[in-house]
Write a protein that binds this ligand. Structure first.
Ligand code: 0FX
Length: 247
């Protein structure tokens, strides 16, 4: 193995559990950590490591980053909410598993924007570079997107594809035998603030049923309450869509 000391930073427990069960099969030492403010502090239970690095890793702290650089030869971002600083990505190989098909789905909540903009959707494993979700691509695969999908049903499919992609490629990554491709097509980058702007519905907006169905299904992701309008008394009323295929 080229890479033996791995640090996985994740803020998504489901992804982390699946990746941990895949990595358990390899002769590597893995440390799992989460970001400050992440509710998944019990990620610790996934590892028996005695490592001195805290289980919560703050990548804004330069000392912490220096420690990581000295100790690990591969850092994996698994839905990690923090940006990786240049100090880290220039010193250690860092890779990211992204819930979108890059560069078409860079950034936040890719399936929401794929439904809204009728674009491709998928999952990507890539090296981390200075540009968000735009590093050299190790592997990527398309995920089907249907007219009846909500954000939730599309997301669930993407997550399974991410785990499959990780499982298929981790052997060549750990051996340092993988190849990358660079796709310079313009793509699309969504930020959290772009998503937040979608949530308040403009009740006077005109359009077609298709446009409104697409809009609302893109924001339907139970148990989250996303799209809403405001009553005259100022109270928020949340809206979600139920789509059922004929049996
Ligand atoms: O971990 P993750 O699935 O992914 C997000 C970004 O989409 C991804 O690009 C980034 N690399 C990663 C660090 O963070 O996010 P999540 O677990 O917070 O949310 C999962 C899905 O749930 C999301 O795609 C849409 C839905 N959701 C989530 C929240 C918090 C909502 O519909 N409303 C919400 O308020």
């Amino acid at each position: 193995m080229k890479f033996r000391n791995l640090l996985v930073i994740s803020d998504n427990l489901y992804m982390c559990q699946h990746v941990a069960s895949i990595l358990n099969e390899y002769p590597v030492h893995v440390r799992y950590a989460h970001s400050p403010g992440s509710p998944i502090g019990y990620l610790l239970s996934l590892t028996k490591s005695e490592d001195p690095i805290n289980d919560c890793i703050d990548l804004k702290d330069a000392n912490t980053v220096s420690l990581i650089v000295g100790q690990y030869d591969l850092v994996i971002s698994l839905h990690c909410k923090q940006l990786f600083p240049n100090q880290l990505i220039n010193a250690v190989k860092c890779i990211n598993l992204h819930p979108g098909f890059n560069p078409a789905n860079r950034g936040w909540y890719p399936q929401v924007f794929a439904i809204l903009h009728h674009t491709i959707l998928g999952a990507t494993l890539h090296e981390i570079s200075e540009e968000l979700d735009n590093g050299p691509i190790i592997a990527r695969e398309v995920v089907d997107l249907y007219e009846w999908d909500t954000s939730k049903t599309a997301y669930d499919r993407v997550v399974e594809k991410e785990i499959e992609l990780f499982s298929k490629n981790i052997d060549s990554i750990l051996k340092g035998e993988y190849k990358t491709v660079i796709d310079n097509s313009p793509g699309f980058l969504s930020l959290k603030k772009d998503y937040n702007k979608l949530l308040q519905l403009d009740l006077s907006k005109q359009g077609t049923f298709k446009e409104f169905i697409d809009y609302l299904r893109a924001l339907t992701h139970p148990p989250y309450q996303n799209a809403y309008f405001t009553e005259s008394n100022g109270e928020k009323i949340f809206v979600e869509l139920i789509l059922k295929k004929a049996e």
